[in-house]
Design a protein around this ligand. Structure first.
Ligand code: ARG
Length: 476
């Protein structure tokens, strides 16, 4: 990074080559640095170059550029792309942003033709286009990661349709569920996340280019043609809106915040489940770290970090919303502040999903310990109540009867299934010997919830089947 302006002696400094005409002194060195975005927007170089190539192609089609000029520009831009990718490109902070760095280098390489590229265009529609292309690419990459994670969850779930664990409400043991069913709850959250991104992508995928600075341009441009070249679904309809709109970034960040919220909830469960108190699952060592002082420790760092990073992505969303709330039409320099939060959200979500897509399918459930936990905590109490209802008792009365049986269990430190038939019968003579296999065993409990959305192993297996088809449709 170099700066060419000199704040101590502005009169001798060069004014910027990009707008020097109107200026009588150079920009202050600090102001140059303060107003620059190239430090962070250089990551959009690919999109910037793709946008410029499409723009030049369109300009040649409508006769504003000759074919020779178009080809020189395209070749020049492709060479610059290689330079950037080889790490040979000198990013100059005095050239403010990715757009002017690339344009200036183009002119350096191909001469005066380079100066024609910006005809009928402004950095305002250029940057809005670049960011949309960038977010579009990132959505596609994030969808791939989500798909990988979703498929990993399906694999783990299909191995655990019969694995029984306690289900919780208020984090108190509630009713037995299958581990597969629990995993499929995660799956549902993540499917909604994909649906949201796919929907968001439609509004990302509209092209601002052609709006120029704010009002459109006097050249006979063909926006539909440029849009087609860049695979945009449509052109943005209003030039004032197109250069200033960042809804798409906010919408994306909102979807990202929801993804992080889901990963954070999953993290919280993993952190609980791997604790010595639960021991429901093991996370392979490669996803954990130890303690420098306590030799026994194996910490679920990935989960904790993802839970922690969720806050950043919420923060990014708040930054973007607040950035936009006071802006009059059309472009304002404020808009340059869209990038860092947006990029931070993207990086965070990608890293978190990458870690989860590897870690989740590698989880190892401790089946015996889960089962043992489900046997504790009177998890089949509702089943006993349902048993009584099926034998003619009103539900509220059944609730009362079972409550008394539970109280006895608490007193004797025994689960309902460990009480004798005689003990149970003192609360209702409708309780018969079949109560154990019909209501009080874990298998009876989960098997009985045998409808779509229920925890019965057969239902979970069917849900997994449907899930494969749903994914195929979703990513078609
Ligand atoms: N670096 C600017 C941004 O990120 C590009 C557009 C600047 N346009 C302008 N007229 N200053 O938003």
């Amino acid at each position: 990074m170099t700066t060419s302006s000199n704040s101590s002696n502005p009169s001798q400094a060069q004014t910027s080559g990009m707008w020097g005409g109107r200026f009588s002194e150079a920009t202050d060195a600090f102001v140059t640095e303060f107003t620059a975005s190239v430090q962070f927007d250089q990551r959009t170089y690919k999109q910037d170059i793709a946008g410029s190539i499409a723009h030049a192609t369109m300009l040649a089609k409508v006769g504003v550029l000759t074919e020779q000029e178009r080809d020189d520009i395209i070749n020049g831009l492709n060479t610059i792309k290689s330079e950037i990718e080889a790490g040979q490109f000198e990013w100059r902070i005095d050239l403010e942003d990715v757009h002017m760095n690339i344009e200036s280098r183009l002119t350096q390489r191909i001469g005066i033709t380079g100066k024609k590229l910006h005809t009928g265009r402004s950095r305002n529609d250029q940057v809005a286009t670049d960011i949309r292309l960038y977010v579009r690419d990132e959505i596609d990459a994030i969808l791939k990661l989500l798909e990988k994670l979703q498929k990993g969850i399906l694999r783990l779930a299909s191995n655990n349709t019969q694995t029984i664990m306690p289900g919780f409400t208020h984090l108190q043991t509630a009713q037995p569920v299958t581990f597969g069913h629990h995993l499929m709850a995660w799956f549902e959250m993540l499917v909604r996340d994909s649906e949201r991104l796919i929907d968001c992508r439609k509004r990302v995928n509209r092209m601002p280019l052609g709006s120029a600075a704010l009002a459109g341009t006097t050249y006979p441009i063909d926006r539909a043609f440029t849009a087609e070249l860049l695979s945009f679904e449509a052109v943005a309809e209003n030039s004032l809106d197109a250069v200033s709109d960042r809804d798409f970034a906010i919408e994306f960040n909102a979807a990202a915040a929801l993804i992080m919220m889901h990963l954070s909830r999953m993290s919280e469960e993993l952190i609980l489940w791997t604790s010595a108190q639960f021991k429901f699952v093991n996370i392979p060592d490669r996803f954990c770290t130890g303690s420098s002082i306590m030799p026994q420790k194996k910490n679920p760092d990935v989960s904790e970090l993802v839970r922690g990073k969720t806050g950043r992505v919420y923060g990014d969303l708040m930054s973007l919303l607040t950035l936009m709330k006071g802006q009059p039409l059309a472009y304002n320099k404020d808009n340059q502040e869209d990038k860092e939060p947006l990029f931070d959200a993207i990086d965070t979500i990608r890293g978190s999903l990458m870690a989860f897509a590897d870690m989740i399918p590698a989880l190892v459930p401790n089946i015996d310990i889960m089962r043992e936990a489900a046997l504790r905590g009177f998890s089949t109490a509702t089943d006993l109540a349902d048993y009584l209802v099926k034998n003619g008792v009103a539900f509220r009365d059944a609730h009362e009867i079972v409550g008394k049986a539970v109280a006895l269990g608490v007193q004797e430190s025994k689960d309902l299934s460990e009480l004798t038939l005689e003990q149970l019968q003192q609360f209702s003579d409708l309780i018969q010997a079949d109560v154990f296999e019909k209501a009080l065993t874990l298998e009876a409990s989960v098997n009985a919830r045998n409808h779509i959305g229920g925890t019965a192993p057969a239902q979970v297996a069917a849900a997994i089947e449907r899930a494969h088809t749903r994914l195929e449709k979703l990513y078609a």
